[in-house]
Design a protein. Structure first.
Length: 267
């Protein structure tokens, strides 16, 4: 069991709109309409908060992040949301948008692979080591991201199914709108345990254990980015992608537990 103590930065996501998006500006004084607007999966919150600050410092380009559920962000793009760039937690959503001509095809790129963990509060006597432990009714409420639209929820559901505990835990499940809100449900004591992103676990003050990737092979969390078609800031969007893929960007992504493109085994 590992314990990590650090500032939790994802709690404000509970205050996000019903669509699951939360604006973040690395320069609040920046003029609206001149920022690069990046729609990003909620598991990227801590990593991109750091990357965004460095990107602006080094390029002078102001960036705004809208963090939320990948599925909900994809729906917003389909409805014409003014995003310049989309960082999804599952490549299938980018591929589907490409089929509809809504992203620029030559910018589609897998930028990382995510992992999932079982998470509990640091003061909780419940510290599950394996997914199978969640079968115990002592875990009265268990949170996962909504598998209807959140890739981390889809991976969590598959892990529960392959561990043979889905039927036992299903009546006790609580769904977060995205994986960051799912962590907040556990951190605030509204549930006894949660299955969340490794990237959020490593910067939390909770106890967590990594879930084997073999338990969710159908949802390997291959995360893809693409520039949104029709953006007026294509050059800046391409510059941001390059920054995330730079040595500086990779160092930050690695810090939060992401598997980098050159290390990905399952595709």
């Amino acid at each position: 069991m590992y314990r990590h103590r650090a500032l939790i930065v994802i709690i404000p996501l509970l205050l996000a709109s019903a669509c699951g998006a939360l604006p973040f500006s690395s320069s609040p004084s920046g003029a609206a309409g001149h920022e690069l607007v990046v729609a990003a999966a909620a598991d990227l919150t801590p990593a991109f908060n750091e990357i965004g600050v460095l990107f602006e410092e080094q390029t002078g380009i102001k960036v705004v992040f809208n963090f939320g559920s990948t599925g909900q962000l994809a729906q917003q793009i389909e409805r014409g949301a003014p995003f310049d760039l989309f960082y999804a937690a599952n490549k299938s959503f980018i591929e589907a948008l490409n089929d509809k001509g809504l992203v620029i095809a030559d910018t589609m790129e897998v930028y990382a692979q995510g992992r999932i963990t079982i998470w509990t509060r640091p003061d909780s006597p419940l510290q599950p080591a394996r997914v199978e432990d969640l079968r115990d009714p002592v875990y009265r409420r268990i949170a996962i991201a909504n598998p209807e639209h959140a890739p981390y929820g889809q991976a969590a559901k598959e892990a529960l199914e392959r561990a043979g505990v889905w039927d036992a835990v299903q009546p006790r499940l609580v769904f977060g709108e995205n994986v960051a809100q799912t962590l907040t449900l556990a951190d605030t004591g509204n549930v006894d345990a949660a299955i969340v992103a490794l990237s959020l676990s490593v910067q939390s003050n909770g106890n967590w254990n990594l879930i084997p990737a073999e338990l969710h092979p159908d949802h390997p969390l291959l995360q893809m980015a693409a520039v949104v078609a029709g953006t007026q800031r294509e050059a800046e969007a391409r510059q941001f992608i390059a920054f995330v893929n730079s040595a500086q960007g990779h160092a930050i992504m690695k810090k939060y537990g992401f598997i980098l493109p050159g290390e990905i085994v399952s595709r």
